[in-house]
Design a protein around this ligand. Structure first.
Ligand code: NAP
Length: 250
């Protein structure tokens, strides 16, 4: 096993869900540059995922799967096992917002939001934990959100799902100890398609409410994730690490 401060990850395999763009793509490329063999998961955006794999270098590969689909996650697990025979790092990043007024929210949209954001994490951990445990020192990083606890009605389903991921993080941290650490990285407002799709008015208001007066970058989340999976974070489990420029400070 590597000592704290050591960075050698040769031969280690990392899977990042929802890595065809945004935060997931930044995490995948960052881990690939750090030496991991990276598996880039996506659902629809095959061409984007291929470009991320190119940026990740010759060992990076792509596997399409809808994390909300139990059978698809089982197939993804089989493919990771067949291709690599191991998994050292799982980053549960895939997510959707589906913003809507909670008073008129369609039940199908509520369900889809929970299926992707929280059930998807459950599917991936359930299917992939045995591979992580087999390495003797696995790492799981779940991507949550500071909005889980901020009370915004237009994203009530998203907030509920992200709060659910926080609950899964603590449960799995206890279940998978002492072999696998499980932590939650909670971004604030990050400059991705997800944030920009809400509109420039929202972005401007958000920046004005953020003590550090800007959106975060996907690369800043990626560097935090790289720390959490490193040996330097070997004694951290079941924790939430917030990266939001102070936006959630009250
Ligand atoms: P994004 O730009 O919308 O990218 C979302 C990614 O998830 C895409 O690669 C998408 O791929 C994938 N995805 C969506 N549904 C999927 C599914 N069912 N199965 C597999 N992959 C799926 O989002 P982002 O801003 O990078 O956000 C990434 C994560 O960070 C999400 O969990 C989000 O909730 C969280 N987060 C974001 C912010 C922010 O400010 N942006 C803040 C806090 C937390 P396809 O197009 O191929 O489906």
């Amino acid at each position: 096993m590597a000592e704290p401060g050591e960075t050698t990850v040769d031969g280690q395999v990392a899977l990042v869900t929802g890595a065809s763009r945004g935060i997931g793509a930044a995490i995948a490329v960052d881990l690939a540059r750090a030496g991991y063999t990276v598996v880039i998961n996506h659902r629809d955006s095959a061409e984007d995922a291929r470009r991320v794999a190119e940026a990740g270098g010759p060992t990076a590969t792509v596997i399409a799967a809808d994390v909300a689909d139990h059978a698809a996650v089982r197939r993804l697990t089989e493919e990771v096992t067949d291709r690599h025979g191991r998994l050292d790092v799982l980053v549960n990043n895939a997510g959707v917002t589906l913003p809507d007024d909670w008073r008129t929210l369609d039940p199908a949209r509520w369900q889809r939001c929970l299926d992707v954001n929280v059930t998807g994490v459950f599917h991936c951990v359930q299917a992939l934990a045995p591979l992580l445990e087999a390495t003797g020192r696995g790492r799981i990083v779940n991507i949550g959100s500071t909005y889980a606890g901020m009370g915004v009605g237009a994203i009530a389903a998203y907030a509920a799902a992200k709060a659910g991921i926080a609950a899964l993080t603590t449960a799995f941290a206890k279940e998978l100890a002492p072999v696998v650490t499980v932590n939650l990285v909670a971004p604030g407002n990050i400059d991705t398609d997800m944030t920009r799709s809400v509109g420039e008015e929202f972005v401007a208001a958000t920046v004005a409410q953020t003590p550090l007066r800007r959106l975060g970058t996907p690369e800043e989340i990626a560097r935090l994730v790289r720390f959490v999976v490193s040996e330097d974070a070997a004694f951290i489990t079941g924790q939430t690490l917030v990266c939001d420029g102070g936006h959630s400070l009250r």
